[in-house]
Design a protein around this ligand. Structure first.
Ligand SMILES: Nc1ncnc2c1ncn2[C@@H]1O[C@H](COP(=O)(O)OP(=O)(O)OP(=O)(O)O)[C@@H](O)[C@H]1O
Ligand SMILES: O=C(O)[C@H](O)[C@@H](O)[C@H](O)[C@H](O)CO
Length: 197
C-alpha cells in the first residue's frame, strides 16, 4: 500500500503482517534439543543463529564437564554476552534465533533487558527421555549427571513472559515447524500453555 507516508514499515518489518522479525530464544534444560531445534528454526525464518554454549568461558565449560553446575554469579556475565548478541541482531532487524538454557526467570530478565521483544520458546521433556538423549549424544561436554541440577534449577515461563512451551517428543523438524507456525500467528495459539503469548 503506497500512501506516500514516511512512517511506513522499516526494513525489519514483514510487509505482509506489519510485524517485526522475531528475536527468538530457545530455552530449556540440557538435552531438550535447543541447539537442534533452534538451528532448524533459524533456517525456516532465514535468520541468524547462535548457540549460547559458544559464549561460555573455557573454564566454565571445564567446570560443567567435570560435573559441577554453574551458579548465578558465573552465569550472569555469560547471559549478558548472549544479551549483547541479541541486542545487536535486534538492531539489525532481520530477527534471530539463539539456543540458550536461560533456566531461571531472572536469567531471562537479563536477556529481555538487552532485547525487550525477545520471544522465549521453552522446550520440555521428562527426565528419562532427556537422560536417554544426552546418553546417546557423542562429543559434547555436558555430562548426563548434571541433568538433575538442570531440572532442579528450571523455572518454567511465567504467564507474563512472551513465549510458548513445546513438548519435544516429536522429530526436531516437526518441532521447528510448530515453532515457526506459532511465531507467524502470535496471539492465535490454541490456548493457555500451548499458544504463543
Ligand atoms: N526432537 C528430537 N528427537 C530426537 N532426538 C533429538 C531431538 N532433538 C534433539 N535430539 C538429539 O538429542 C541430543 C540433544 O540435542 P541438543 O544437543 O540439540 O540439545 P540441547 O538442549 O542443545 O543440549 P545442551 O543444552 O546440553 O547443549 C542430540 O544428540 C540431538 O541430536
Ligand atoms: O546454564 C547452564 O547451566 C548452562 O548454560 C547449561 O545449560 C549448558 O550450557 C547447556 O545445557 C549444555 O549445553
Amino acid at each position: 500500500m503506497e500512501d506516500g507516508s514516511s512512517t511506513g514499515p522499516d526494513s525489519s518489518t514483514d510487509p505482509g503482517s506489519g510485524r517485526r522479525a522475531p528475536c527468538v530464544v530457545v530455552i530449556g534444560v540440557s538435552g531438550t534439543g535447543k541447539t537442534t531445534v533452534a538451528r532448524l528454526l533459524a533456517e525456516r525464518l532465514d535468520a541468524p543463529f547462535a548457540d549460547a554454549d559458544d559464549f561460555h568461558r573455557p573454564a566454565d565449560i571445564a567446570r560443567m564437564a567435570a560435573g559441577r553446575p554453574l551458579d548465578d554469579a558465573v552465569r550472569r556475565p555469560w547471559l549478558e554476552s548472549v544479551g549483547r548478541w541479541l541486542h545487536e541482531r535486534e538492531a539489525e532487524g532481520a530477527g534471530c534465533v539463539v539456543a540458550c538454557s536461560a533456566l531461571k526467570r531472572r536469567y531471562r530478565d537479563i536477556l529481555r533487558a538487552a532485547c525487550p521483544d525477545a520471544v522465549f520458546l521453552h522446550l520440555t521433556a521428562g527426565h528419562d527421555l532427556l537422560a536417554e538423549r544426552i546418553g546417546r549424544r557423542a562429543g559434547h561436554f555436558m555430562p548426563q549427571s548434571l541433568l538433575t541440577s538442570q531440572l532442579a534449577t528450571l523455572e518454567p515461563l511465567e504467564p507474563d513472559e512472551r513465549g510458548a512451551t513445546l513438548f519435544v517428543g516429536q522429530a526436531p523438524e516437526l518441532i521447528a515447524d510448530t515453532a515457526a507456525d506459532l511465531l507467524a500467528r502470535p496471539g492465535e495459539g490454541p490456548g493457555e500453555g500451548s499458544g504463543l503469548r
